[in-house]
Design a protein around this ligand. Structure first.
Ligand SMILES: C[S@@+](CC[C@H](N)C(=O)[O-])C[C@H]1O[C@@H](n2cnc3c(N)ncnc32)[C@H](O)[C@@H]1O
Length: 252
């Protein structure tokens, strides 16, 4: 998908708050082999590496645009690689991922596969947005189902693969994991108006639509802007954003 680092960074402070919560879930140990799946522009991967001195940290992403920015953070012990998080190779002491696994399908299979790639005593620590039932996301899907977009998109509608929190707990339990922690948190964002919500989703949820919409992109945005204005007329507007966190350790 053609990610746009500048668009994604428009809400950088709001987007880094969940990372701070996720980092607190990491068992800080020396000399770990760590991978950050969907590392994006690398700034947060660099902060992860700062928190784990003596560790070897690899940021993995499948976007050349994001990796180009990430390479600026490269240093001894921190490197970045092109790759698909769903086909991660190797064995790791820490598999970390902030706001990226929602882009890969079939989470029961994905989480099982990632867990199998943990070394004994290894930890998986993940945050994914679980905001797909918010009206902003429902209106994206509604608009995608309307013409002319339905035809241009060839019926494509992005459905989030993110599971209910109790399903992640069950999944990790069934895998034999220990120290299982799963929770959902609402991040309270106060944005200027509904146009700011459109800006927000343009950096993430709309990315897979943009690459398919071609010349209809601006038309799609104009329709969505109007719909958001009608359901979120207040200024400022509350944008409550749900995120799911889970962490577990493989027995030694
Ligand atoms: C919302 S950004 C999060 C970036 C970073 N982790 C952060 O917290 O700022 C999602 C990232 O996941 C990457 N991504 C999406 N699908 C991926 C895949 N299948 N394999 C690797 N990276 C992927 C995107 O390129 C993007 O950089």
């Amino acid at each position: 998908m053609p990610w746009n680092p500048e668009q994604y960074h428009k809400f950088q402070s709001e987007r880094s708050a969940p990372f701070d919560d996720l980092l607190k879930m990491v068992m800080l140990r020396q000399g770990l082999k760590v991978v950050d799946l969907g590392c994006g522009t690398g700034e947060l991967t660099s902060r992860l590496a700062d928190a784990l001195p003596g560790s070897t940290v690899v940021g993995l992403d499948n976007s050349p645009q994001m990796l180009e920015k990430a390479k600026l953070y490269q240093r001894p012990g921190l490197s970045f690689e092109m790759g698909d998080q769903a086909h991660l190779q190797g064995t790791w002491d820490l598999i970390f991922s902030n706001a990226a696994l929602q882009w890969s399908e079939d989470h029961p299979k994905l989480v099982g596969r990632l867990y199998s790639q943990l070394a004994p005593g290894g930890q998986i620590t993940v945050q994914v947005p679980s905001n797909h039932t918010h009206i902003s996301h429902l209106l994206i899907q509604e608009t995608a189902r309307e013409e002319p977009f339905h035809s241009v998109l060839q019926g494509f509608v992005r459905v989030s693969p993110v599971l209910a929190i109790e399903d992640y707990a069950q999944l990790l339990f069934d895998l034999g994991a220990e120290k299982i922690v799963v929770f959902e948190k609402v991040f309270v964002h106060i944005l200027e108006n509904s146009d700011a919500v459109l800006e927000w989703v343009s950096g993430t949820a709309l990315v897979p639509y943009f690459e398919r919409l071609g010349g209809e992109k601006e038309h799609f945005l104009a329709i969505l802007r109007k719909k958001l204005q009608s359901v979120m007329p207040n200024q400022p507007v509350l944008y409550p954003f749900k995120r799911t966190f889970f962490s577990a350790q493989k027995p030694d």
